[in-house]
Design a protein around this ligand. Structure first.
Ligand SMILES: [Zn+2]
Length: 448
């Protein structure tokens, strides 16, 4: 039988397709052609059917679907470590917002998103869900690096450097969606910031716009106790009830945080099939609280992992998020069997893609899906010996163990080296911006 041609074959000692059975294939391989997964199976079988100019991975490796970061503000990597160890309000009002109004521009977003994508892809993240401003700059930078993103056009009711009124933000969001709809890597969406930053009229109009364009809504929800009290005092209802009353939950909503939600709110989120992004490290660092993750999972909610911004976290690392969450929720629930390692990886991959509406495209290693693959090198002291590969991923693997990353069939990281752009140039630009931002901060604080 004549062999078919593949663009590359990815081989690993352990192949985790993240299929319905959460199976483990030993000495597995994936044939990649035209950006897609053509076939997967035992290496011998794949090698007998496909000719390939390149074999990526090999023994002592695990291949898994690219990780999905379901909530971030990528461009804020340039504010990483700008201000830490502060209460949320003081952190935002005295540090982050002034820095944003001083520095945000399309050029800033473009340069910063390149750094964020570089950081994410080297850590095995192949898709991220973003909420910010200057989406065109973010989209172009993301495409340049070659990763996948859902980019939410940020909407608030007050003036920022990106707009003045809700009208303007909504108008820009509509135009942004028109421009990016159908792009192979970028999915546009609408991101009304939160219930406290957008009034009911703005939220209703955002819902309408999302329905009109058939795109998801990405929103912060019940991150802090302050927020819940604020919504209760403004509208006499808890946040999830309020969102239900204004019909925001009707279709395809991704809610970030969901820390302070009660049982009946959990049931409502489940009924509306709202996807949740659990940003455990950001919530811990800002002392926002601990989301009731096991109760949400029990209710049937697809809980996934988000890093939130690098200004509050302070990195973009889903391996670390899933590890922290898997441990924390055992203690919180008093049940060491809660959030086991298989579930944690499912939440970080297939469910992440599904809550973003990308379930048919990515999130698992299945024939016909995009070839979004991560190869991890297991030949490290902290990964030896191996009894259960899922356990290793949840509790032992570090982002720096990622060896190769493929997005849509394109090799972005090979043997630890970024090969889809100029890493040194991206780093040099980031350092230059850092110097400018540092000077600006010293001036601002000197004047106070
Ligand atoms: Zn956020």
């Amino acid at each position: 039988m004549k062999k078919k041609k593949a663009d590359c074959i990815v081989r690993a000692e352990y192949l985790l397709p993240m299929d319905d059975h959460l199976s483990v294939m030993t000495d597995g391989a994936v044939a990649v052609k035209d950006g897609k997964i053509k076939c997967l199976g035992r290496y011998e079988e794949i090698a007998s059917r496909y000719d390939s100019p390149a074999i990526i991975g090999g023994s002592g490796r695990v291949v898994l679907p690219g990780l999905i970061n379901t909530h971030t503000h990528a461009a804020m990597v340039y504010f990483r470590g700008l201000a830490d160890d502060l209460p949320l309000k003081q952190w935002l009002e005295n540090h982050i917002w002034p820095a944003e109004s001083r520095w945000l521009s399309p050029e800033f977003v473009s340069d910063a998103v390149e750094l964020a994508c570089l950081e994410m892809v080297k850590a095995g993240i192949t898709t991220y869900n973003d909420m910010y401003f200057f989406g065109d700059a973010a989209g172009n930078a993301t495409k340049k690096i070659g990763v996948r993103a859902v980019l939410g056009a940020g909407i608030v009711d007050f003036p920022t450097v990106a707009g003045k009124t809700a009208d303007e933000y909504l108008g820009k969001a509509g135009d942004f969606i028109e421009r990016w709809k159908g792009d192979a890597l970028i999915t546009p969406c609408i991101a009304p910031h939160s219930l406290y930053a957008c009034g009911p009229e703005t939220l209703k109009r955002a819902r309408k716009l999302a329905d009109h364009h058939d795109v998801p809504v990405h929103i912060h929800l019940s991150e802090t106790q302050w927020e819940v009290q604020e919504i209760l005092s403004r509208y006499g209802k808890r946040p999830v009830h309020y969102l239900e009353d204004i019909n925001l939950l009707e279709n395809r909503v991704l809610a970030a945080h969901c820390v302070w939600i009660e049982e009946d709110e959990i049931q409502l989120l489940a009924r509306h099939e709202v996807g949740v992004s659990h940003c455990v490290e950001s919530n811990l660092k800002l002392a926002s609280g601990i989301a009731p993750v096991t109760r949400m999972l029990d209710a049937g909610i697809k809980v996934t992992f988000g890093t939130d911004s690098a200004a509050s976290n302070n990195d973009l690392n889903i391996f670390s998020e899933l590890s922290t969450a898997a441990k924390l929720h055992k203690t919180v629930s008093g049940d060491p069997t809660a959030l086991d390692s298989r579930k944690a990886l499912l939440m970080a991959t297939r469910w992440g893609a599904e809550v973003l509406g990308l379930g048919r495209l990515t999130g698992s290693i299945e024939e016909g899906k995009a070839a979004d693959l991560v190869v991890v090198d297991l030949g490290r002291p902290h990964l030896t010996p191996i009894y259960d590969i899922y356990s290793h991923i949840a509790y032992s693997v570090k982002a720096s163990d990622v060896e190769s990353v493929i997005v849509g069939g394109k090799v972005i990281v090979s043997k630890g080296q970024f090969c889809s752009g100029d890493e040194a140039g991206i780093m040099a630009k980031a350092k230059q911006w850092g110097k400018k931002i540092c000077k600006g901060r010293d001036v601002q604080h000197g004047q106070q």
